[in-house]
Write a protein that binds this ligand. Structure first.
Ligand SMILES: Cc1cc2nc3c(=O)[nH]c(=O)nc-3n(C[C@H](O)[C@H](O)[C@H](O)COP(=O)(O)OP(=O)(O)OC[C@H]3O[C@@H](n4cnc5c(N)ncnc54)[C@H](O)[C@@H]3O)c2cc1C
Length: 385
């Protein structure tokens, strides 16, 4: 049986951050990915906008691997960091004028992410679908993956669920919440021989479902399959519309090869909330974020969002971390996925070294020593774990 110190399941942004963080702690790290490239929604799903690392008031909230991955996404271009954030001498009022976010190229990001993991010595298994988990008492011991030849088992001392859909949490019997109310989406690029254009096609998220459309589960076979069909129909209809509107040569050049569903299934451990936890400093904070929808808002993310409930050597990061529905709308975006992935990778690595789940202070110290941002003075209220 294959054995590692840390096993990261899922190679989206959260999984990439977790694997990098674990490997940089010197741990023998393996990352499992069912597709054939890294990035998940952020590459195969063509969601190519790295939302802000700042609060909109000129204060940087997320650093560490969240910032490193933003830069990595631009490594092979095109795209650039906004001027006020690239300029190390820019002051807060200058930085308040533009948010620290970028549009990147999915192909560049999937290549640079893979290179970064290989540089750190991470073993990447593609075409490796996690299908079961086994443990004893409060410890996960090994997972099963489906390969072309057989079911294989991989053992580890600590595990990170970065599958986006909380597959590892689900298979290991952790409490999970399944949300069947995903809206239809279909981000794609059109080309007309001259101009390449990104179209963020989606049914509206916060208002009524348009006539003729529907909601989708992210864990039911029929719903996932129907969404892929409906996504491509949505894109096809939009291309026809572009042509009717005069862009006669427009055609779909790049369409998503990933499910495009926002909030599918998550760990049910702590109800991180968009409203109730704004400006709350969690004593066990492992990272900080802004709010991509609005300026002036700040959040800290508690360790409790990423720690398994039943299994003390399991961490959840990215879309599958714990939050209530509103909070999920913040924890699911790319910069937050990286923030949580880094903390989960650090915690898992520490656990692999000591055999015990590290306390939040130890994780905080390591997050900060790695360039992560944690600053209680930016918050109004303190909440104890
Ligand atoms: C329509 C839409 C628009 C969005 N817009 C933005 C935006 O503008 N900016 C922004 O920052 N965020 C945006 N988001 C959110 C963001 O893109 C994602 O939530 C984020 O990229 C999720 O990262 P993740 O690593 O948690 O999960 P995912 O990207 O879902 O990655 C999970 C990975 O795990 C793999 N995996 C899953 N199950 C298994 C298994 N059983 N075995 C092995 N591997 C497995 C998957 O193949 C995938 O690679 C948007 C999302 C959607 C759907």
């Amino acid at each position: 049986m294959r054995e590692y110190d840390v096993l990261v399941c899922g190679g989206g942004v959260a999984g990439v951050a977790a694997a990098l963080a674990s490997a940089r702690q010197g741990m023998k790290t393996c990352l499992l990915e069912k597709e054939y490239a890294l990035g998940g929604l952020a590459t195969l799903g063509l969601i190519v906008i790295y939302l802000p690392l700042c609060d909109g008031d000129g204060v940087q909230m997320s650093g560490g691997l969240s910032e490193e991955l933003l830069k990595l996404s631009l490594q092979y271009g095109p795209g650039q960091i906004p001027a006020a954030w690239a300029d190390t001498k820019a002051d807060r009022p200058q930085r308040a004028r533009e948010r620290y976010q970028v549009q990147y190229n999915a192909a560049s990001f999937m290549m640079s992410a893979e290179e970064a993991l290989l540089r750190e010595g991470v073993t990447i298994f593609y075409d490796a679908r996690l299908s079961a988990a086994e443990g004893y008492a409060d410890q996960l011991k090994r997972v099963a993956i489906e390969t072309k030849k057989r079911k294989e088992f991989i053992a580890a001392k600590a595990f990170v669920d970065a599958t986006g859909d909380a597959d590892l949490c689900y298979f290991s019997g952790e409490p999970v919440v399944d949300d069947p109310t995903n809206r239809r989406t279909g981000w794609y690029f059109s080309y007309n021989g001259e101009k390449l254009q990104l179209h963020g096609q989606t049914d509206p998220i916060y208002t009524d479902i348009p006539a003729g459309s529907r909601l989708y589960s992210g864990t039911e076979l029929e719903d996932i399959s129907q969404h892929m069909v409906d996504m491509r129909r949505m894109i096809r209809d939009h291309v026809m519309q572009l042509r009717q509107q005069g862009d006669k040569n427009a055609y779909p050049l790049l369409i998503p090869t990933y499910h495009g569903l926002r909030m599918t299934r998550r760990l049910d451990a702590f109800g991180f909330s968009e409203d109730a936890h704004e400006r709350v400093w969690f004593r066990d904070a492992i990272g900080m974020i802004g709010n991509w929808k609005e300026q002036h808002l700040r959040y800290s993310i508690p360790y409790r969002c990423i720690t398994g409930v039943k299994h003390t050597n399991l961490y959840a990061a990215g879309r599958c971390a714990s939050a209530e529905k509103g909070g999920w709308d913040l924890t699911r975006v790319i910069p937050t996925c990286a923030v949580m992935g880094e903390a989960a990778g650090i915690a898992a690595a520490m656990q692999a070294k000591t055999g015990k789940r590290p306390g939040f202070e130890a994780v905080q110290n390591e997050v900060v020593s790695r360039g992560g941002l944690l600053d209680e003075s930016l918050f109004d209220r303190v909440e104890e774990p």
